[in-house]
Write a protein that binds this ligand. Sequence first.
Ligand SMILES: Nc1ncnc2c1ncn2[C@@H]1O[C@H](COP(=O)(O)OP(=O)(O)O)[C@@H](O)[C@H]1O
Length: 178
Amino acid sequence: MRVAVTGTPGTGKTTAADLLADRLAREADLPALEVIHLNEVLEREGLYTEVDADRESKVADLEGLAEWLDGREDVVIESHLAHHFPADRIVVLRCAPEPLETRLRERGETDAKARENAESEALDVILAEAVEEHGLESVYEIDTTDRDPEAVADALEAVVTGDREPSAGEVDFVGYLT
Ligand SMILES: Nc1ncnc2c1ncn2[C@@H]1O[C@H](COP(=O)(O)OP(=O)(O)O)[C@@H](O)[C@H]1O
């Protein structure tokens, strides 16, 4: 089974996926899935096509990443790009825009980048892409706004074990737009 963990930067994907990886390694009754941090693969394998000078970010080579993922089936793929690849279950982590902006600033992102990501989160951009690419029946939303990382990992674990139902469209941040 392939599980994609996606969401706007700052929603807590890396943190929750690391906690899940510990549990998957320790607990024998959980499925044997390997957690892949796709952005690390992108860096290590040089799977980006160019560096976008203005935004100082790399443009992912999606075809190259898809080829790298080909044949890796029992995995949890963590990345804001994870929903662009074939997967059985797609988890979209969410966070209300204001706290998201704060998380990103505290992580050292520029004000512009923090703001841009908060706006993208308010507009459900990644959720909409995930639903468009995979359909409502495979998309799960987890609101991390008032959940600590262990509680987010609990929800993620429930998706992996089949104890959580698909839930796209539950989270709504439009009211946060000013
Ligand atoms: N559930 C959470 N509640 C509050 N803060 C969190 C939570 N999960 C992660 N964080 C913090 O938010 C920031 C972004 O988390 P990170 O896991 O790197 O997000 P992502 O991988 O989605 O970009 C980090 O500083 C992290 O410590």
